[in-house]
Design a binder for this molecule. Structure first.
Ligand code: 13P
Length: 325
C-alpha cells in the first residue's frame, strides 16, 4: 500500500469522516458577523479552537481541513493547529486553492485559482504537518451553464493540483462542486454531475494522478434550492449512487460528500440512505462544513458561557453522521 493510499484510506474508513473548517477569511468573517461576532483574526482562531477541542472528536472525525490562516495560528495551549490535531489522532489538511474568480468571458461562471507557486506551498505545508489538501472547483447550473470551457478549465486545474499534491506527498481531496443554487431539477443536476465527473476522470488520467491516492469530494445529486419539486431522501440517495457508479472508478478509495447548503439533518439522512443501497466499491463518507459546524456556530455566538453547548452541538452532528455510515 503506498503512503498516499494509506492516508486516503485513513480519511474515509472506520465510519469516520472529514470536517471542513477551511472557510476563507472572507467567508468565515461573514459567518461570524452573521452571529454577532466581530470578524477578527483572533475570533476566527477562537472559533476554530472551539471546533478542534471538542471532546471525543477523533471518534467520528478522521481529518480536519484548515485554512492557511489557521494553519499558522496556535491554540491557547501553545500548540499549532496541525500539532494539536496530530496529538488527538486526527489528520491535518490544508485548503490550497486561492478561491473561485470570474472566468474570462463568462460572467456567470468561475475558475478556481491557486496553481502558481503551488509546488513550493505544498512543500511548506508538509513541513508544517499537513497530510492532505483540498481544492474546490465550482460549477453553476443555469440556462446556459455550465459552459464547456468552464467545465474543462476547472477540471484541468483540479487535475494539475492533484498531480502537484501527490508529487509533494499530500493526498488531494478533489472537489468538483455542482452548486445547488437555482431552480433546476434532480435530473438536470444528475446530467451535469455525470458530465463533470466523466471529464474529471479524463483529466486526472491525463495528468497521471494515482486514483488510489485521492479522495473524491462531490456534491450529492439534488434538485436546486429554488426548485418547485423537491425529491425524496430515497430519490437523492439513488440518483447520487447511480451517478457515482457510472463515473467513478473502483480504485478511488473513498468518496466524501460536501453538504453544499443542505439542512444538516437532511444531509445526514441522504448519507445514511446511500449506505443501504447495494454494496459499493468505495467508502462513502462525509466532508461536511456547514452541516457539521453550522449548529455549533449558532449555539456559540461568541458567548464564552456557550462554549460547551456549541461543542455538544458539533459532537451531536459528528456522531450522527458517523452513525449514518
Ligand atoms: P459545505 O459542506 O458547507 O458545503 O462545505 C464543504 C466544503 O469544504 C466546501 O468546499
Amino acid at each position: 500500500m503506498s503512503a498516499l493510499n494509506k492516508i486516503a484510506r485513513t480519511l474515509v474508513s472506520n465510519r469516520r469522516g472529514i470536517l471542513a473548517a477551511d472557510e476563507s477569511i472572507g467567508t468565515m468573517s461573514a459567518r461570524l458577523e452573521k452571529v454577532g461576532v466581530e470578524p477578527t483574526a483572533e475570533n476566527r482562531r477562537v472559533y476554530r479552537e472551539l471546533i478542534v477541542t471538542t471532546p471525543r472528536l477523533a471518534e467520528s472525525i478522521s481529518g480536519v481541513i484548515l485554512a492557511d490562516e489557521t494553519f499558522h495560528q496556535k491554540l491557547s495551549n501553545g500548540r499549532t493547529f496541525p500539532e494539536h490535531l496530530e496529538d488527538i489522532g486526527i489528520l491535518a489538511g490544508i485548503k490550497v486553492d486561492t478561491g473561485a474568480k470570474p472566468l474570462a468571458g463568462a460572467p456567470d461562471e468561475k475558475i478556481t485559482e491557486g496553481l502558481d507557486g503551488l509546488r513550493e506551498r505544498v512543500a511548506e505545508y508538509v513541513r508544517l504537518g499537513a497530510t492532505f489538501a483540498k481544492w474546490r472547483a465550482v460549477i453553476t447550473i443555469g440556462d446556459n451553464t455550465p459552459s464547456p470551457r468552464a467545465v474543462r478549465a476547472n477540471l484541468h486545474a483540479l487535475a494539475r493540483y492533484a498531480g502537484l499534491c501527490q508529487e509533494g506527498g499530500l493526498v488531494p481531496i478533489v472537489e468538483p462542486e455542482v452548486l445547488m443554487d437555482g431552480a433546476h431539477s434532480l435530473e438536470r443536476c444528475r446530467q451535469v454531475s455525470t458530465a463533470v465527473l466523466t471529464s474529471l476522470f479524463e483529466e486526472l488520467d491525463l495528468m497521471q494522478v494515482e486514483l488510489d491516492g485521492i479522495v473524491l469530494k462531490p456534491n450529492m445529486v439534488v434538485a436546486g434550492t429554488g426548485g418547485a419539486e423537491q425529491p425524496t431522501v430515497a430519490d437523492v440517495a439513488r440518483a447520487t449512487v447511480e451517478t457515482l457508479r457510472e463515473t467513478v472508478p473502483a480504485s478511488v478509495p473513498g468518496i466524501a460528500f460536501l453538504s453544499g447548503g443542505q439542512h444538516p439533518e437532511v444531509a445526514t439522512q441522504h448519507l445514511g440512505a446511500m449506505q443501504n443501497l447495494d454494496p459499493l466499491p468505495w467508502e462513502l463518507t462525509y466532508s461536511f462544513g456547514r452541516a457539521l459546524v453550522g449548529p455549533a456556530l449558532e449555539a456559540w455566538r461568541g458567548d464564552e458561557s456557550k462554549w460547551g453547548a456549541a461543542q455538544d452541538a458539533l459532537s451531536e452532528h459528528a456522531v450522527a453522521n458517523a452513525a449514518a455510515r
